[in-house]
Design a protein around this ligand. Structure first.
Ligand code: G6P
Length: 474
């Protein structure tokens, strides 16, 4: 039985299965996993996650009780849940990623979506079942009085379900996303909105990445549920109990990142990039190909920058890493195509025989991303809305002199904004100007700003972030 448990949809590893049945394990992607991978391995923490793919399912089935560590994988204590694939897909794709993610990132094209009809109701049932499967597994694995940390929008109902099953446990929920303001959150059917909020309030502690998202959550609890909110004490009281609200700005472990980025695979990618771009200045971005990351407007900004500044032609390269994400959703496939079209337009207009103005990389290659960070002169992070954005924190740690162009809608802006060039993510001209200002920023100013960015980025590394949440449960 475990005394500390961590639950999230995506786990620290994922598997692919070849035609002859051989399983290959690799690191999971996205901010949550990159933040938590280190801590998941520590001491007595059991990580419970879902099998996301056929490869994961077959690994989970072959492992005794889904415990991958008991099947000999070096994952740290890890149980992977083999939830029926149709249930999983409805919960993950339809509810979590197409509904809750869209609501909290304000992504709907409102005249046309969302539609909450009978199909949504069926999907919502699956989301309940999927949350129930996590609650059951956690109830099975947790020792008496154990502390359980439930992560993110996939698992909003699990805290209340787990409390009903195991009132002895101390439960925390943490949102890695923004939270919507009440008028947007209320797009959800009233009962669904109430269940999401009530599910999280089943926890003793509800954590957010910034004050802004915590405030929005409390405001939703007040207006949607009629809950009593005490802002000063940071509590929400509802259905006879109180949930404490905390703000924990997840940061990066600078030393571990440096150590990884100094390995030979990263060095050889650096050499390859240098070979490709010569001594030109580098504007780097690294994202999942994700609607909220605003990649198309980022590319349009680069194009406007090139239009406005012919003196930079031949002297700068934009290295845009947009690795694949959520391709089961048509919106994401279309968005990926839009990113590629836009990149092609820039190529067509500006490329010359000896200058490639843009290198778009659509494959997930972690060491190559680390190499790009190390070489960046400018890092562009321009999301429409983002819970935190760890790229904005990793970049300054790894590049000695990089200037950061940062969206004011990224959670990270609360800590990094004072030392970054802050942009409105919808303002293409403003972002183009910021790219130029970042490129011409004098060296001493870069060094000065970068030192402050690094201090802010590493203020709460994952192990301290986790400890702070565990303390909040004590
Ligand atoms: C965001 C979410 C994470 C998620 C990640 C990658 O960072 O907050 O929970 O794991 O995106 O998304 P994916 O759907 O690939 O897990």
């Amino acid at each position: 039985m475990n005394s500390v448990l961590l639950a999230s949809n995506r786990g620290p590893v994922s598997f692919t299965v070849s035609d002859d049945g051989v399983l290959t394990m690799r690191r999971g992607g996205g901010g949550l996993v990159s933040g938590l991978s280190g801590v998941g391995r520590e001491g007595d923490v059991l990580w419970v996650c879902a099998a996301l793919s056929d490869g994961d399912r077959s690994a989970a089935r072959q492992a005794p009780g889904g415990r991958l560590d008991h099947a000999g994988y070096e994952t740290g204590a890890l149980r992977m849940l083999d939830i029926a694939s149709s249930t999983f897909h409805r919960a993950y794709n339809s509810v979590a990623n197409s509904t809750l993610w869209f609501v909290n990132h304000l992504l709907y094209d409102i005249p046309n979506a969302p539609h909450f009809g009978t199909r949504f109701r069926r999907d919502w049932e699956s989301y309940r079942d999927y949350n129930g499967a996590f609650a059951l597994a956690l109830a099975e694995e947790a020792g008496h009085g154990a502390r359980v940390m439930v992560q993110d929008y996939h698992l909003t109902l699990t805290p209340a379900m787990l409390r009903a099953e195991r009132p002895d446990l101390r439960v925390a929920h943490f949102s890695h996303t923004p939270w919507a303001p009440p008028e947007y959150f209320s797009l959800l059917p009233d009962d669904v909105a109430g269940e999401v909020l009530g599910g999280i309030l089943g926890a003793d502690h509800a954590g957010f990445l910034t004050r802004r998202w915590a405030e929005a959550f409390m405001e939703c609890c007040r207006t949607v549920l009629g809950a009593e909110v005490d802002r000063r004490a940071g509590t929400v009281s509802y259905a006879g109990r109180a949930t404490r609200i905390g703000v924990h700005a997840l940061g990066v472990d600078g030393e571990a990142l440096w150590a990884r980025a100094g390995e030979p695979d990263v060095e050889s990618h650096m050499a390859a990039i240098r070979e490709q771009v010569g001594d030109r200045k580098l504007i780097v971005r690294i994202d999942r190909t994700e609607l909220s990351k605003n990649i198309v407007r980022g590319l349009l900004s680069y194009k406007e920058f090139l239009d406005a500044h012919p003196e930079w032609h031949g002297r700068v390269v934009h290295l845009a890493f947009a690795y694949p994400s959520r391709h089961d959703l048509p919106e994401y496939r279309e968005y990926t195509a839009a990113v590629q079209r836009c990149a092609q337009e820039i190529e067509d207009e500006y490329a010359t025989e000896d200058w490639d103005p843009l290198i778009l990389n659509v494959n997930d290659d972690y060491p190559r991303s680390l190499a790009a960070y190390r070489l960046a002169d400018v890092l562009l992070v321009n999301p429409i809305r983002d819970g935190m954005n760890l790229v904005a924190k990793e970049g300054p740690v790894l590049s000695r002199t990089c200037a950061l162009v940062l969206s004011r809608e990224a959670g990270a802006c609360a800590e990094l904004g004072a030392h970054a060039l802050v942009v409105n993510p919808y303002d293409i001209t403003g972002t183009a100007d910021a790219l130029h200002a970042a490129l011409v920023m004098p060296e001493p100013e870069r060094v000065h700003r970068r030192a402050r960015l690094v201090a802010a980025a590493t203020a709460l590394p994952p192990h301290r972030w986790l400890a702070a949440q565990l303390d909040a449960l004590t």
